[in-house]
Write a protein that binds this ligand. Structure first.
Ligand code: S3P
Length: 180
């Protein structure tokens, strides 16, 4: 018999799109533990993300993303909320792994919202430069098609409350899992 399908809810989206906070809200609502790929990477590498980028570069970080997704599959991780790093969709093998792991939701945000939400934070190496706005616009352009391609559901969260967002995701996920 083939193994049972994974029943995780996976949140993807740009830095500052609310993956962690919405993830925590979903976790409280469903009683599913939350797993964060960035946290798994920091544990695996034994150092913070900034330091991984500084010492080993972006490609090494992307290798770690691929490795933690592989680990989640190997561990048969199911009934979890999985929050991801904004660039995890850059590699085709990661996009495929994400879709195998469960119901993938893209939290859609505009460049202006991202600029505002990430302005006080300095722990994102890709945004620590002179032209933050330009970088955000460029990365969004590169990535939006990939988020769209990876997601089972797209959700514009702007103007919605947490309960509205989580109820919408939970209903869609139930439907998705019921049809597997
Ligand atoms: C990144 C997003 C970050 C983190 C790393 C790279 C990206 O995660 O994985 O700094 O390439 O967009 P968040 O989306 O949680 O900020």
């Amino acid at each position: 018999m083939p193994p049972a399908p994974f029943k995780n809810i996976i949140l993807i989206g740009f830095m500052g799109s609310g993956k962690s906070s919405i993830g925590r809200e979903l976790s409280r609502n469903l009683g599913y533990p939350i797993v964060d790929t960035d946290t798994l990477i920091v544990k695996r590498a034994g150092k913070p993300i900034l330091k991984i980028f500084e010492d080993e570069g972006e490609e090494a970080f992307r290798d770690l993303e691929t490795a933690v997704l592989r680990q989640l599959e190997e561990d048969r991780t199911s009934r979890r909320i999985i929050a991801t790093g904004g660039g995890i969709i850059m590699r085709a093998e990661n996009r495929e792994a994400l879709r195998r792991l469960g119901f993938v939701v893209w939290l859609v945000v505009t460049a202006a919202e991202i600029v505002q939400r990430t302005s006080r934070n300095r722990d994102r190496p890709l945004l620590n430069n002179e032209d933050r706005e330009g970088t955000i616009e460029r990365l969004l352009e590169e990535r939006n098609g990939l988020y769209r391609k990876t997601a089972h559901q797209e959700l514009e969260t702007d103007g919605l409350t947490f309960p509205e967002i989580t109820t919408g995701i939970i209903e869609s996920a139930r439907y998705f899992f019921a049809t597997l």
